[in-house]
Write a protein that binds this ligand. Structure first.
Ligand SMILES: [Zn+2]
Length: 374
């Protein structure tokens, strides 16, 4: 079968080698991670207000013109004013995405590209939300999907994958073993639709920034707070704001902050120690299962993004997460514990970031994702 050519290509961040989009390689032969080229210029006149959700930014995404958007209604999540510890904050409700997490931004854009490339079978590894999202979007696209999950993944997330018809392979042991199982499937012909490695996923999460820029034009003076495991929302947001800056649409970058559970905090540890690379850590017990990543692939990129914007990566204890989770629900915000971790860090972040005008916290996942009957 002849390859479907695209004007876009994958380019190694480390050595600059280019690969066609339909390659079965998911990182460069040198070990480097892929970026995408070329990127369109961000022209506000090309925002299309007639299109739903994140597709109003269709012309700002690195997608071929002939590829039809694959959508379940993702993006355009509400930005809600709230009060936390007596201070005004903004919550961005990514929890209201079609499958209940921000991962839908990345999955919609990634699967639009893969359907455009005529990919018939994908594999992914996930601790839950990315797999649930990919399962939904592959179902929508009519693409076969296999998800390798650690056996500790939350039941409702697995239920979503199964409901959408994905083949779910539960892997015992460390989270990394699920990645190894996915790599093995990729070596046998499946396309590795990784939310961590594939740059189209980050192109999708970059729309978080575009929306926030339209929702709050003073976004440059704000601090944005994300729960961070692999950091795919923080990194996408960073890249989105970089493009807004390059286009002259913002005057400087907002402050980006990451929050990790103390039980698994390799990025916070590197931040505290002033390191630029990540030392893997053992994953301890945490209710914030969505960010329990001991060896984040793009951890060094997350560190660099946070430092470049004057932000911080902090850690929170289990009890703090549980208290924030209950207090959010008491205010009407039903989110998973991973999202509550970001809110739990607000007192610590306020001490460090006296100069920011206000804070936006990404409520990344819905409460039903980890719901356990009482
Ligand atoms: Zn390379």
């Amino acid at each position: 079968m002849c390859a479907i050519m695209s004007v876009h290509r994958l380019v190694c961040q480390s050595c600059g080698t280019g690969y066609p989009l339909d390659t079965r390689e998911w990182r460069c032969a040198c070990g480097g991670l892929f970026d995408l080229e070329p990127w369109p210029r961000l022209d506000p006149a090309r925002i299309d207000p007639t299109q739903p959700g994140l597709w109003r930014y269709r012309a700002w995404l690195p997608l071929d013109a002939g590829w039809e958007p694959l959508t379940l209604g993702e993006g355009n999540t509400p930005l809600i004013p709230a009060v936390w510890d007596g201070q005004p904050v903004w919550f961005k409700l990514e929890s209201l995405s079609p499958t209940g997490s921000f991962k839908d931004r990345g999955a919609a854009v990634l699967m639009t590209a893969l359907r455009g490339l005529d990919i018939g079978r994908v594999v992914e590894d996930s601790s839950g939300n990315a797999g649930a999202s990919l399962a939904a979007y592959t179902a929508r696209a009519g693409i076969k999907c296999e998800i390798c999950v650690p056996s500790t993944a939350a039941g409702p997330k697995i239920a979503q994958m199964v409901a959408h018809g994905a083949e779910v392979v539960q892997i015992k042991g460390k989270r990394e073993y699920a990645a190894l199982a996915a790599w093995a499937a990729a070596a046998h012909g499946a396309y590795y639709a990784s939310h961590v490695y594939h740059p189209y996923f980050l192109a999708g999460t970059a729309t978080f920034s575009y929306e926030l820029w339209e929702q709050r034009r003073e976004v440059e003076t704000m601090a944005l707070v994300f729960p961070v495991g692999n950091g795919t929302l923080l990194l996408g947001a960073y890249r989105g704001f970089q493009r807004l800056l390059q286009a002259g649409l913002i005057s400087h970058m907002p402050t980006l902050c990451g929050v990790q559970a103390a039980a698994c905090a390799p990025i916070a540890q590197a931040f505290d120690r002033g390191r630029s690379t990540i030392e893997p850590v053992a994953v301890g017990e945490t209710v914030a299962s969505g960010i329990a990543i001991g060896q984040p692939v793009r951890g060094a990129e997350v560190l660099a993004a946070v430092r470049a914007t004057g932000g911080a990566v902090v850690r929170v204890e289990e009890e703090e997460i549980n208290i924030a989770h209950r207090r959010l629900a008491a205010q009407g915000f039903f989110v998973e514990e991973t999202a509550a971790a970001a809110v739990a860090a607000l007192p610590r972040l306020r001490e460090r970031l006296a100069s920011v005008s206000s804070m936006v916290i990404a409520l990344t996942g819905h409460g039903l994702k980890t719901y356990r009957a009482l």
